[in-house]
Design a protein around this ligand. Sequence first.
Ligand code: ZN
Ligand code: ZN
Length: 224
Amino acid sequence: MSKRYDLVGRKFGRLTVISKGKVVKQKTTWHCRCECGNDVVATTGNLNAGLKKSCGCMHRDSARKVGQARFIDLVGQKFERLTVIRLIKNAKSYTLWECQCECGKRTRVRGNDLRTGNTKSCGCLNVEAAREEGKKHVDKILANMVENTNLGKIDSKIAKNNKSGVKGVSWNTRRQKWEAKIMFQGKRYHLGAFDSLEEAAKARKEAEERLFHPILKKYGRDPK
Ligand SMILES: [Zn+2]
Ligand SMILES: [Zn+2]
């Protein structure tokens, strides 16, 4: 065998040729040792053409490098109330991180939800927002409450289920009359039963003037 065709001792990428192998389909093969320690058989053609440079570990390594390039380490980063403590899972399509919330709780969040701002806390932010909303509602009622009267309610629009079109006036089917009522400071006043809606509305209006208007005026509100 001429020197040119003896590949023993030569290096091709990560492979070092150890010994000559069998001739397979009229092609000479060579036993090679890879840098990673694996043994592999390659043909003269593939080695010379640079088609075989490792046992296969080179492809695996470069694939891993691509994966690592896409991976962004978030440990130590802060996203609103959350500080990333450690990586829980590095899956193909997502990463999962354990985070410490400012409120003291720990929570697991996907990397994407952290980076896009979808998740800003363990959930405590939402709870606080809801509490704030509830407080506003109570504050509004309290601001309207004077002398055991909810001024907001006096001012309020006519109820949706009201069929007479007049606040405090309803049709009593049994008595076949229009009844007028008014609520004030927790008490219900019956203003009477009337044959016509106009009479009932008048009674209600008079009661409003008598009961509501003084307190509305006193607290600087315009009686309607
Ligand atoms: Zn290898
Ligand atoms: Zn929290």
